[in-house]
Write a protein that binds this ligand. Structure first.
Ligand code: SF4
Ligand code: MG
Length: 297
């Protein structure tokens, strides 16, 4: 069963996916908009909270499972993806979402991304990228710009930032999209499409940190960089074009679906199910095993 298929299809309001916990993010943090977009997307998909598992690592954005109504698992730093993969394989009927940040997703957990992509596990990976470690009070993250000064890098970063879009496109991800809480409706739409996609879906969210982020990264400044892919006639079936546009990260913020595989490959879960069915067909009845090994029995 894929994420798009429902066991039951009741209608929901976005508010029904919000938990009773009050977010403790700084006022104005971009993650408020992301959780709202996620709940709107879940309402549109129509799966009830008890059919959803929401997994995260550690960081400000990783608080999201606590603020949504679903099975939640706030795991270890960088380890959300392996745990989410295990959940999906053990319970393929669950709709599995993963929330992460730039540090969690592309530094300590970066090694897991390639493997979830090559296995094509049917889950939706939402990375809130604010180019900083917010929870630990503003250190350089893997997506911080070269020259960026922080409390722990007085002379500025000497490293090139990781480009999360190129990273996942390069490893062959079948669904890659980008959004911003500055465009809430658009963000909800791409998260919904990611959930409905039958396979691994990567959603990169430019989510500003109002406390430790730079001025040009804040929502107001970000709005001037937003460019809807739909409005420029982007061809989402062209991986090379998607990679070319991904290189513009930092100067332009394209919103929408950057790449969607026209013929999605089989998921790892489908392969496991087929293998299990084949093994069951070959299974030797218990009595026959006893007869072979204990002929006198
Ligand atoms: Fe949001 Fe930054 Fe505050 Fe964390 S530190 S809650 S990312 S504004
Ligand atoms: Mg961060």
């Amino acid at each position: 069963m894929t994420n798009a298929e429902s066991i039951s299809t009741p209608r929901f309001q976005a508010g029904e996916f919000k938990s009773d916990l009050k977010p403790i993010w700084c006022p104005g943090c971009g993650d408020f908009g992301v959780v709202t977009a996620i709940t709107r997307a879940l309402a549109a998909v129509g799966r009830p909270p008890n059919e959803i598992a929401f997994v995260s690592g550690i960081g400000c954005s990783s608080r999201i499972p606590g603020y949504t109504k679903a099975y939640g698992f706030n795991t270890l730093h960088g380890r959300a993806l392996p745990i989410a993969q295990g959940i999906k394989l053990a319970s393929p009927e669950l709709l599995v979402l993963v929330a992460s940040g730039d540090g969690d997703g592309f530094s300590i957990g970066g090694g897991h991304v390639a493997h979830v992509i090559r296995r094509n596990i049917d889950l939706t990976y939402i990375v809130m990228d604010n180019q900083i470690y917010g929870l630990t009070k503003g250190q350089l993250s893997p997506t911080s710009q070269r020259g960026r000064k922080t409390v722990s890098s007085n002379y500025g970063s000497l490293e090139e930032p990781v480009n999360p879009l190129l990273y996942v496109l390069g490893y062959g991800a079948s669904f890659v999209a980008q959004g911003s809480p500055a465009d809430m409706a658009g963000l909800a739409r791409i998260i919904e499409e990611g959930i409905r996609f039958p396979g691994f879906a990567f959603i990169h969210v430019d989510s500003p940190c109002v406390t430790f982020g730079q001025e040009e990264q804040q929502l107001k400044a970000q709005k001037s960089r937003l460019q809807s892919l739909e409005s420029i006639g982007h061809n989402a079936a062209d991986r090379a074009l998607a990679m070319a546009r991904a290189r513009e990260i930092g100067t332009k913020c394209y919103t929408g679906i950057l790449y969607r595989e026209p013929q999605p490959p089989p998921t790892y879960g489908q392969g496991v199910a087929e293998r299990q069915a084949a093994l069951q067909k070959q299974a030797v009845p218990r009595q026959e095993i006893l007869r072979r090994f204990l002929p006198e029995a």
